[in-house]
Design a protein around this ligand. Structure first.
Ligand code: CA2
Length: 145
């Protein structure tokens, strides 16, 4: 049976491909979702691909993933740098967690260099562009073998 993977996206990622293409590229979040869906089928993984601008909603989805999902890929966006609540929720999840950033956050402003989520993440990716989502999915499949 296909295992379920949550792919969670934080605030403003709904604007992907519409603003700041020099930082985040031209690909939209819908394009990313489509590419993940195709790869998920190949890897025999079922996906729940979600985006919210609200911290509590992301906490709710992480809690929902407990007991139902095998793994979580998360781009918490700006909440990466502020949210103890998301860290706490992830700490209550048992499976692998991959933290993903489209941009290379360590080359950017100092406030983007610290991540609360990294305290829990089993792997952290930054700077692979939107292609990082597919790479993360492949790594998730590898971790679940
Ligand atoms: O590089 C990433 O993926 C980030 O998680 C993106 C966040 C940023 O706060 C993190 O430091 C790094 C920002 C997401 C906002 O995305 C936009 C996309 C297009 C236009 C405006 C915002």
């Amino acid at each position: 049976m296909a295992r379920l993977i949550y792919i969670l996206n934080g605030p403003n990622l709904n604007l992907l491909g519409q603003r700041e293409p020099e930082v985040y590229g031209h690909t939209t979040l819908a394009d990313v979702e489509q590419a993940c869906a195709a790869l998920g089928a190949e890897l025999v993984l079922k996906l729940r691909f979600l985006q919210s601008n609200h911290e509590g909603q992301i906490v709710d989805w992480v809690q929902e993933a407990r007991g139902t999902a095998a793994g979580i890929i998360i781009n918490p966006a700006a909440l990466t740098h502020t949210s103890v609540a998301i860290l706490d929720a992830l700490n209550a999840f048992d499976g692998p967690v991959i933290e993903l950033h489209i941009s290379q956050v360590h080359k950017r402003e100092a406030f983007r260099h610290h991540s609360y989520v990294s305290q829990r993440a089993d792997a952290v990716m930054a700077g692979f562009g939107t292609h990082g989502y597919e790479l993360a999915l492949r790594q998730m499949a590898h971790l679940l073998v």
